[in-house]
Design a protein around this ligand. Structure first.
Ligand code: DP6
Length: 337
């Protein structure tokens, strides 16, 4: 972590965390996964995860990450030790490397970290595990070093780990303001006060194995090679506002149509990237067609999709049985009961 980019993240962290802190024996943090209803796709600044556009999400209670963290004195160049769902991660894996590079930002000299993480969602399956992962890690760091940071600072620190993690600090709806400042101090997420009883999210699991290209690399390729991408930031910014309005007015058609349109537009930019990025599988397309058929039959259900083949359905409780009948083994989550 000696590059100038890393240094700038370091400078930002210095502004946020207290210069003196006490270290506890162990820190703990937990955070939910979140599903973006209006997506983050593309960075205006890569090393700080500063997004091209704002985004808006809903967190899924009961699905997420729990992380225990401790600091060990290191006299013989021991690497960080990480366990994911009880399994020790190979030190040279991409996952462990990214984690350690992030922890370098907070590491006192001559120490390594022990990280014990439980994910209740399949890792790297397009179910936003990096979001809950980095949000839980930041909370664990805050606990371990007893920083007592506010939500805004935690959101900025989580963003430095993974952009979408900035939104996983919160339950319910969260908006991540893209911000304009070069140092990203105005690029953080905050909770929206509204709730929506009866709003349902259904998880259609098509394939939960590791995806061919992660979102970090995928969005960068899109920004660099996709001509359609020029239209994306304006559309996404407008759709964030529409979804906010839909949430305030409990306008289900507006939230569903906007979220589905937003997701398909993001995937259009991925497909128009070169070499192309297509996260869909044949079953993903069949599931989309099933959603459209249900709508034709009067069952109001919409979908959104992230950097993976799985669909997330959006519907209201009165349609739960009809949607479950069409999608066997659907996991249904009601974020507000
Ligand atoms: C498609 O937050 O995983 O899920 O900032 O590079 O870690 P990095 O990317 P990441 O991207 C998430 C992309 C998305 C859309 C979204 O969650 O808004």
């Amino acid at each position: 972590m000696k590059s100038s980019q890393a240094l700038s993240a370091q400078q930002i962290i210095k502004q946020l965390i207290p210069s003196k802190s006490t270290t506890k024996a162990q820190g703990f943090g937990e955070a939910p996964v979140n599903i973006a209803l209006s997506k983050y796709w593309g960075k205006r600044q890569v090393s700080l995860n500063l997004p091209t556009n704002s985004s808006l999400s809903i967190s899924l209670p009961g699905l997420g990450t729990q992380t225990h963290l401790s600091l060990v004195e290191n006299n013989d160049n021991t690497e960080d030790q990480a366990w994911l769902n009880g399994k020790r991660l190979a030190g040279d894996s991409e996952f462990a490397g990214r984690l350690s590079r992030y922890l370098d930002l907070f590491r006192p000299a001559h120490h390594y970290f022990k990280i014990d993480t439980i994910n209740s969602v399949p890792t790297a399956a397009g179910l936003a595990s990096s979001a809950s992962g980095y949000a839980a890690l930041v909370k664990a760091l805050n606990d371990l070093f007893d920083w007592q940071l506010n939500q805004r600072s935690l959101s900025i620190l989580a963003r430095l780990g993974s952009g979408s993690a900035s939104r996983s600090l919160f339950d319910g709806f969260a908006i991540w303001h893209k911000g304009q400042a070069e140092d990203g101090m105005d690029s953080f997420a905050e909770a929206l006060p509204e709730t929506w009883a009866g709003l349902c999210i259904g998880l259609v699991k098509i394939d939960t194995t590791e995806k061919p290209i992660g979102s970090t690399a995928g969005m960068q390729k899109t920004v660099n090679t996709c001509e359609l991408y020029q239209a994306w930031p304006t559309q996404a910014e407008r759709q964030v506002k529409l979804i906010q309005q839909a949430i305030q007015e409990h306008d289900f058609t507006l939230i569903g149509e906007t979220a589905e349109h937003n997701a398909l537009s993001m995937h259009a930019t991925m497909i128009a990237t070169w070499p192309p990025i297509l996260y869909w599988q044949a079953e993903s397309v069949l599931a989309m067609q099933k959603v459209w058929q249900l709508r034709q039959q009067g069952v109001e259900v919409y979908f959104t999709m992230d950097a993976g083949p799985n669909l997330k359905l959006i519907f209201l409780e009165p349609n739960k049985n009809a949607v479950k009948a069409a999608f066997q083994e659907l996991d249904v989550i009601q974020p507000f009961g």
